[in-house]
Design a binder for this molecule. Structure first.
Ligand code: ZN
Length: 114
């Protein structure tokens, strides 16, 4: 379950910011990741809650922005949002497709702090 590790990384970053910017409480954290990056937002939420206990992020809510999976098809020259990645273009059936979005790693977009 790599969400445990991810939650820990988030908390480390939060801790670092807190030292630099002298805040004492985190209200919310906006995170983004690609739809195909194998991150389960519910597990991450849970892992975060467990590990944030007794830290300045204890009451922080997490806000997830999940980036869509996008493929580019070289046959019809289109970028298409897809549910899951398959190597066939859903529009024209072409097989020359590449994945251009959806595998983005976890990032912290912003934090609301006091
Ligand atoms: Zn196509």
């Amino acid at each position: 379950m790599h969400e445990l590790y991810l939650a820990e990384s988030i908390l480390n970053i939060v801790q670092e910011y807190a030292t630099q910017q002298h805040f004492s409480k985190v209200n919310s954290i906006s995170l983004s990741f690609g739809r195909l990056s194998c991150i389960e937002s519910k597990s991450l939420q849970f892992a975060f809650e467990v590990q944030a206990k007794d830290t300045l992020a204890e009451k922080a809510s997490l806000d997830f922005q999940i980036l869509p999976a996008v493929i580019h098809c070289f046959s019809c020259e289109k970028d298409l949002e897809v549910e899951t990645y398959s190597a066939i273009c859903p529009k024209c059936g072409g097989e020359e497709v590449i994945l251009t979005g959806g595998t983005e790693e976890l990032r912290i977009l912003e934090m609301d702090v006091d």
